[in-house]
Design a protein around this ligand. Structure first.
Ligand code: SF4
Ligand code: SF4
Length: 381
């Protein structure tokens, strides 16, 4: 089945993908991933343990897989949009979140990419010859992106493109088709193309700037300490010792991305495959803390943010209120100390105490029975 690589590249670019690169399938990501998991850096993301074999060998995901087509979509907002205009006075949202859920929008384009392969295969390519994922399957997108030369893995463990900096959504199409691989990004020393920090040189800005010291070694994230993990993946109590480091970050964390000097070449994305929701970044903190389930559903409909559910967002917002000294939010926080969710109550109690208004908690404390919340009343601040 001969399908011309450059025709595929041009057709997928025309669909709206900013980068289209090819890698040859070969096993080999397992050891690094296993070591990361053995160190406990994956926190409680136990699904990662279960999928190590598949993540290490695409042929276990798609029998007969020969190539990975790596796709990148630039999500850098125009200057002044989203968090770029706000500074520390407003809650900060990870930039990627200020769009309609990219899983949905990019998946549609991936389905179209599959149809392109079928069309170019002239009947010899069927849906059994490819599978696609956008953060949704057992594929190490960053690793394949580095292999395909889409970029290199920085000391912040992110894929860094020399064109788009740190601002790419990555998607992968595994296919039984054989394509000549693209060249990886190389340094002079051959064979080191996927080494973390390949083009970082002496720079350590990301590691130095991380507010919770979650980058113990170049290219290694300790999810247990990472604000992104804590504010999105963790569904429970956020460890007290990490809360100050969360600062004004209400959902995710862009710090180790935005300090990277490789962003200097990045231009705002074309947004062919993305639907901007930058207005979400304008929501005042107090309004977030006063969200009802109905309003939460309406405001965050169709975004990735709804994944944290209203409890996760109220929890995060409580931490931000305490960290930013938002006394105008005290009334809302005191109400949240009586919320139905113990996770919300625990963080609201912590925030009210941090804001120096423990006396306003007497009523909530009198009826509290949950040990995790009671612990927040007793904790040393
Ligand atoms: S996302 Fe934030 S908390 Fe996580 S490693 Fe990067 S800077 Fe640190
Ligand atoms: S901030 Fe510096 S060390 Fe970190 S990924 Fe970027 S270039 Fe590498």
């Amino acid at each position: 089945m001969g399908v011309d690589r450059e025709t595929v590249r041009a057709r997928l670019r025309a669909l709206g993908f900013d980068e289209v690169r090819f890698a040859r399938v070969e096993p080999g990501f397992g050891p690094g991933l296993s070591a990361w998991i053995e160190a406990g850096y994956h926190a409680d993301m136990n699904w990662m343990e279960r999928t190590v074999p598949k993540r290490s060998d695409p042929a276990l995901v798609l029998p007969g897989a020969r190539s990975v087509i790596m796709l990148g979509v630039n999500y850098l907002p125009p200057a002044g949009a989203g968090n770029a205009g706000g500074g520390a006075a407003r809650p900060a949202w990870a930039r990627y979140a200020l769009y309609s859920d990219y899983h949905d929008t990019i998946k549609e384009a991936l389905a179209a990419a599959g149809r392109v392969l079928e069309e170019l295969g002239g009947g010899a390519v069927t849906p059994a010859d490819y599978r696609y994922y956008v953060d949704t399957g057992p594929v190490i997108e960053r690793g394949w992106a580095a292999k395909s030369g889409l970029g290199f893995i920085g000391k912040n463990a992110m894929l860094i493109s020399r064109t788009h900096g740190n601002w790419l959504f990555l998607a992968a199409v595994l296919t039984t088709l054989e394509f000549e691989p693209d060249e990886p990004v190389r340094k002079e020393a051959a064979g080191r193309e996927t080494e973390p920090g390949l083009l970082c040189g002496k720079c350590t800005r990301c590691m130095d700037a991380c507010p919770t010291q979650a980058l113990p070694r170049p290219g290694v994230v300790d999810a247990r300490r990472c604000v992104s993990y804590q504010t999105i993946e963790n569904k429970g109590i956020i460890p007290r010792e990490l809360r100050a480091g969360i600062g004004h970050r209400i959902y995710g964390c862009d710090t180790c991305l935005e300090v990277c000097p490789w962003n200097r070449f990045a231009q705002a994305g074309r947004q062919v495959l993305l639907a901007a929701r930058y207005g979400l970044a304008d929501l005042p903190l107090r309004e977030v803390l006063e969200l009802t389930p109905e309003r939460f559903a309406a405001v965050f409909k169709g975004t990735a943010i709804k994944r944290v559910k209203i409890t996760g967002l109220l929890r995060n917002a409580s931490i931000v209120a305490a960290n930013t000294g938002a006394h105008e939010c005290l009334g809302a926080l005191v109400r949240l100390a009586g919320h139905v969710s113990p996770v919300v109550r625990a963080h609201a109690v912590w925030a009210v105490r941090k804001l120096g208004a423990a006396d306003q908690l007497a009523e909530a404390r009198a009826v509290e029975t949950d040990p995790s919340v009671l612990a927040e009343y007793e904790a040393t601040l």
